[in-house]
Design a protein around this ligand. Structure first.
Ligand code: C5P
Length: 227
């Protein structure tokens, strides 16, 4: 089912708001917990999602020295989440130490390439943004991470270069009927899947809608019709 490939972020400030959202959208099987909620509610939200049988993407976007990142990854093992993010720009050693620290456990480490809210101008780089993203994704692959987070607009370049067994997960997805907000490099869900995304992270078009259940149905319908 195409809807199994949608990950919904719980970008809310309180545990109660998060639980309400999970209850409102029982059909969502994969949830993302990011910095806002994890800092506010801590591991309790992870325990709740586990109890509900959900898959969990812990999006903490770690970026630190190798030893600290390795320790953080090791600590994350106790939550038994499915996916955890690190910034690829933390560098080769940090990624290697992180991977080594989880010792073949089923936790999948994903390298964040360039945030989809950023442009080359924001980063003050003169190189082509897609080339920069590709070099970071290839670094993640070379080190042995499970995959990368990238903009859907980079899939055409990344999928052939990284191969089919490397997970590519895309935020910056906007259905045809929704607003872009601060996301600058977007694609529709159907386009992103057809370009080779494994999972789509779709937040505000669902969670900020006045009727999240209806927004989910509209999104899944559009996805089934156009792919
Ligand atoms: O609401 P929206 O669909 O824009 O949510 C996108 C989600 O994906 C947010 O939780 C954001 O932190 C995350 N994200 C992103 N760009 C990345 C990595 C993660 O927007 N490169």
């Amino acid at each position: 089912m195409k809807s199994d490939r949608i990950i919904v972020p719980l970008d809310v400030p309180e545990l109660e708001d998060a639980i309400n959202l999970v209850k409102l959208l029982p059909m969502v099987s994969f949830w993302k917990v990011g910095l806002e909620l994890f800092i506010a509610a801590g591991p309790e939200i992870l325990a709740y999602l586990k109890g509900e049988g959900k898959s969990i993407f812990l999006d903490l976007k770690l970026h630190d020295i190798p030893n600290t990142m390795a320790g953080a990854c090791r600590s994350a093992l106790k939550y038994e989440v499915d996916l955890l993010t690190l910034h690829a720009s933390a560098g080769r050693a940090a990624l290697q130490y992180s991977l080594k620290s989880i010792e073949q456990k089923p936790l999948k480490l994903l390298g964040v390439t360039v945030l989809t809210s950023l442009s080359a101008q924001d980063l003050a780089i003169s190189m082509d943004l897609a080339d920069y993203v590709l070099s970071l994704a290839l670094l993640c692959k070379e080190v042995g991470l499970a995959g990368s987070i990238c903009s859907p607009l980079e899939l055409n370049k990344l999928r052939p270069a990284c191969g089919d067994d490397f997970l590519l997960i895309c935020p910056g997805i906007r259905p045809s009927w929704s607003y872009a907000g601060d996301q600058k490099r977007t694609m529709t869900p159907a386009q992103a899947l057809s370009c080779g995304a494994d999972y789509l992270v779709i937040g505000r078009p669902i969670t900020a809608d006045a009727n999240p259940t209806l927004a989910w149905s509209k999104l899944v319908e559009e996805l089934e019709e156009n792919s």
